[in-house]
Structures are given as C-alpha cells and as structure tokens.
Design a protein around this ligand. Structure first.
Ligand SMILES: *[C@@H]1O[C@H](CO)[C@@H](O)[C@H](O)[C@H]1NC(C)=O
Length: 392
C-alpha cells in the first residue's frame, strides 16, 4: 500500500531471495524423507561370536587416535581418549590402539608412556566394576550417585584409591606439559641421553614405539592389555603431507604390518568412547551375516560435553546427527564425518577389480521402479546388466 517506486531493485532482489530460500528448503527436505533407525542386539552378537568358555570369534580392530600439537590439544585429554580405548569391553588381544603424533612432539610421546603405566591400574578397575564412561576425567566428573547398583563393599575404597591415583597421574602429565613450554636450545633429549629424533617437526624420520603389547603389557591383575603404539610418520621438506588424511594413510600402512585388524576405527584425540560397548555396537553391523559384507563403514554420532543445558547455539548438531544422517541412511548410507567411524579395511583398500560371478549378484533387488537407486559399491553398471539379464 506504500509503493516506493525508486526501490524497485531492492524489491526484485528480495523476491528472488525468498524464492531461492523456498526452493532450497524444498531441496533440503528430499534427503530426509526416509530416515532409518537402527538398533543393535549385543546379546545376539555375543551368541554368535563370543560365547562363554569358547575362544572369541570377534574380529580384531585397529583404533586410530590422531593428534598434532600437544599445546593446543592437551595431553591429558588425549590420555583420557586412549584410556577409554584401552579399557573397552572387547577381547584384549583383538584391540590395538595407534596414536598418530603429527607434531612429532616428545611431550606426546612421554605422556603416552605415562598413560600406558596408568592404564595398568585403570583398565582392571573399569572392568571389575563396570565403570562408564571409561575416560577417568569424565567418570570422576559425573554428578551421579556412584554407589547406585554397586554391590561390592570394596568398591568405595577402590574408587577412592583410584581417584587418588588419577590425581597423581594428572600431576605427572601437568609436570610434563609445564616442562614442554620452553624448548631447550639444543632441542629435546630423551631419558637415555640421545636427541629426540622429532626435534624438527618438518624434517624427521618415522618413529614407532610399542608401549603395551603381548609381552610385558600386563595390568595389575596380571591380565593382558590391548596394544598401544605411538606413530609419528616421516616428514621431509618439499613433500606434501596432506595433514590428517596423510596421517590416517600412514596409520593404515603401519597397522597393516603390525596387527592388520580387519576393521579400523578412527577418533580425534579429544573424542573419548562414552560407551565401553562401542566396538561391539560397530561389530553388530560389520559382522552381520547378511549385511556385513555390504557395509563399508559405520559412522558413530558425536555427542558433546559441557554445552549449556538448552543448547542455544545448536552446538550439539542434533539436526545433523539425528535427522540428516538418518535420512541419508535411508538413501544409501550416512556420510563419513572424519572421526568416530569404523571402516572395513578391505573396503578402504578397494575390492579386486576383476569381478567374479558372485560379485555381479545384485546386492538388493527392489521390485519398485528405481532399482538402480539401491545398488551399491560403485558396481552400478555391472549389476544393472546382470539384473537385466536375469529379468530377461
Ligand atoms: C554418555 O553415556 C551416558 C549413558 O548412556 C549418557 O547418559 C551421557 O549423556 C553420555 N554422554 C554424552 C556426552 O553424551
């Protein structure tokens, strides 16, 4: 009712914007039409592969933790991540934890050595009392009644002792961090007097140290602990190192030689396992007799600590993890978000390009109009041809 004749340009721009927003909203709805909720049955997995009194048939898993700069990513946080992995509820001889140190920092190396020592006490404590989560910082932070559901009278005493042990561990880590603030002029020197090979983070040889392994890696109860391996890949000037992706590739190769687990799981150094059953959850998909062979990776959602109660700034990414990803699962599968993902090693290596008769079996035949939509693994054309030939 109040036309402004000389603002015609503004009017036009705003109408175009409105139309574009409407269109993009509409496009945004398409991937959400068919959300999928999946449920795991850990008891069935155990019945199939992990029966009481028999050797476990669960597949070995290599877990990668990536870290770069220990002054920006505090070693105590990395230590908590590593501890939550070492204490995971999975056969110990099938768990290997690799820590990639892309900053070749002696601080990371030394704090990992302390973490390995502390794990000898922490892991049996977690397993004995079914502690959750198994990252000590977050376990001791919980404001819950920790005596609920606990029946052993010794628990209170052991918990108190463990809390004290953890406080002392923290002090040792903090001392290492304090020491690392000022680099000595001649660079870092290791405990045995030799120079730290990673003194120049842009030019150093590859370094691998196994902290816990089959021999000597026993906890205080005399049980085996999972393997813990420190890896800092070789860096030379003039070569493109591709940051985290390069580090992941290096870990894939190192782990292939050392343990060659059938599955890989990667986490960032500040992403601890909130559930000790996480690996079993992933195996429910990966080792599923029907769907396992077609599953390339299982992406875990991320959950966050320390966000304000009402999450005013949408920091939890709920729309992404709980709506969009489930919708994508209904199309072909969720996307990989760079962390918290369990991969089938063989799928990463690539399948043999020479297709056999069995490979040409259609994965899923959907009787509706768009069968092509549901065929996976990049074998669209081959599968389609075969599909055509069986239907003709
Ligand atoms: C960790 O798991 C517990 C128990 O399932 C849950 O209550 C808690 O919210 C989880 N923590 C985060 C950060 O999601």
């Amino acid at each position: 009712s109040h036309p402004v004749r000389d603002a015609y340009g503004l009017w036009l721009v705003s109408v175009i914007c409105e139309i574009w927003f409407a269109l993009s909203w509409l496009l945004d709805q398409f991937p959400k039409w068919y959300p999928i909720n999946r449920e795991t049955y850990l008891d069935r997995l155990a019945l199939r592969y992990d029966r009481e009194g028999e050797p476990s048939q669960l597949c070995p898993i290599d877990i990668f933790v990536s870290t770069v700069d220990p002054l920006k990513e505090p070693p105590l946080i990395t230590a908590n991540t590593v501890l939550s992995i070492l204490a995971v509820d999975y056969p110990v001889d099938k768990v290997s934890c690799y820590v990639s140190d892309d900053g070749s920092a002696m601080l990371t190396f030394e704090s990992l050595s302390e973490t390995a020592e502390f794990a000898r006490k922490w892991v049996p404590f977690c397993k004995k009392h079914n502690i959750e989560p198994r990252a000590p910082e977050f376990y001791f932070q919980q404001k819950i009644d920790y005596l609920k559901d606990k029946i052993q009278p010794s628990f209170v005493k052991e918990r108190r002792a463990m809390k004290r042990e953890y406080e002392e561990f923290k002090i040792r880590i903090n001392a290492l961090v304090a020491k690392a603030q000022k680099v000595p002029e001649e660079g870092w020197t290791m405990a045995d007097g030799t120079a730290w090979p990673g003194n120049n983070p842009r030019d150093h040889p590859g370094m691998i140290q196994v902290f816990l392994g089959h021999s000597g890696g026993l906890d205080t109860d005399g049980n085996e602990l999972p393997r813990l391996v420190y890896v800092s890949r070789e860096k030379r000037p003039g070569f493109q190192h591709h940051k985290k992706a390069g580090a992941m590739n290096a870990l894939i190769r190192v782990s292939a030689v050392l343990t060659n687990g059938a599955y890989l799981l990667n986490v960032d150094c500040d992403h601890y396992f909130n559930s000790s059953k996480a690996l079993r959850e992933a195996m429910c998909f990966m080792m599923d007799p029907a769907l396992g062979r077609k599953t390339c990776y299982v992406q875990f959602p991320q959950r966050f600590d320390g966000i304000d109660l009402h999450d005013r700034y949408a920091n939890r990414n709920i729309v992404f993890f709980d709506i969009n990803m489930k919708g994508l699962d209904g199309i072909q599968g969720p996307m990989y978000v760079g962390t918290g993902c369990c991969f089938n090693r063989q799928a990463l290596y690539g399948y043999d390009p020479v297709l056999t008769e069995a490979d040409l079996e259609p994965n899923i035949v959907v009787k509706s109009c768009c069968a092509c939509f549901h065929l996976q693994d990049g074998r669209h054309t081959a599968s389609l041809k075969h599909y055509a030939s069986i239907s003709s």
